[in-house]
Ligand binder design. Structure first.
Ligand code: SF4
Ligand code: SF4
Length: 205
């Protein structure tokens, strides 16, 4: 079994669970094309997604629901008081197609800022929220709004504009999924590559 110095460093710095997620994410990025291997339509949509995510994050403003929704929840969601929906698995939000869009938009796995706080679901979740710029987050992270957040938005004047941006982002990502492209690398391929790096995945990792 081969474990790189980088993986050892990350395991010491972030803990094994987060280091495993980061290694898997890098492999998933590596399995996707960069701009030179994509169609113009794919690249245009990837840039459009980044723009919509930035605008949507700004439009959310200072919502309060997200700051305390995880209180009294079991771990990992309840590790921090807010961000309950970020108490998920990194690979569940960074799907192959989300990673494809992120990479075509310019994101690079090795440059994503990682919190050094305790691991609590997604590798980028920290006590004060997500460590990533909105444009570098999966589209699903921006589109999703639970009942409590929707209720808060519905009670504000800006709520309808936020919902419109959520619909715009969702439909742009749907178009990205349908646009003709080179055959995507499948998750299984990524996992086989990851296994060759010496990491095990799943609950026992
Ligand atoms: S969308 Fe809902 S579950 Fe997610 S952080 Fe906001 S309030 Fe919490
Ligand atoms: S990328 Fe950020 S917003 Fe998305 S699940 Fe992870 S911590 Fe939450």
């Amino acid at each position: 079994m081969f474990i790189s110095l980088r993986q050892l460093f990350e395991a010491r710095r972030y803990g094994v669970r987060r280091a495993v997620d980061l290694a898997q994410l890098r492999v998933r990025f590596a399995g996707q094309p960069d701009g030179g291997q994509a169609t113009l339509a794919e690249r245009d949509l990837a840039i459009r997604l980044r723009d919509l995510k930035t605008r949507l994050a700004a439009a959310f403003g200072d919502v309060t629901a997200c700051a305390a929704c995880a209180r009294n929840c079991p771990p990992p969601a309840g590790r921090w008081t807010g961000g309950r929906c970020c108490g998920t698995a990194t690979s569940a939000v960074f799907t192959t197609q989300e990673v494809r869009a992120l990479k075509l938009g310019g994101a690079r796995a090795g440059r994503l800022p990682v919190p050094s706080s305790a691991f609590a679901g997604c590798a980028f979740r920290g006590p004060t929220g997500c460590s990533l710029e909105p444009a570098d987050r999966p589209s699903a992270c921006l589109v999703f709004a639970c009942d409590d957040l929707r209720a808060e938005l519905d009670a504000t004047l800006e709520g309808s504009a936020v919902h419109q941006l959520r619909r715009d982002l969702s439909s742009a990502f749907d178009r990205f999924l349908c646009v003709p492209s080179e055959p995507p690398h499948h998750d299984l391929c990524c996992q086989a590559e990851a296994a060759s790096l010496g990491w095990r995945f799943g609950p026992g990792a």
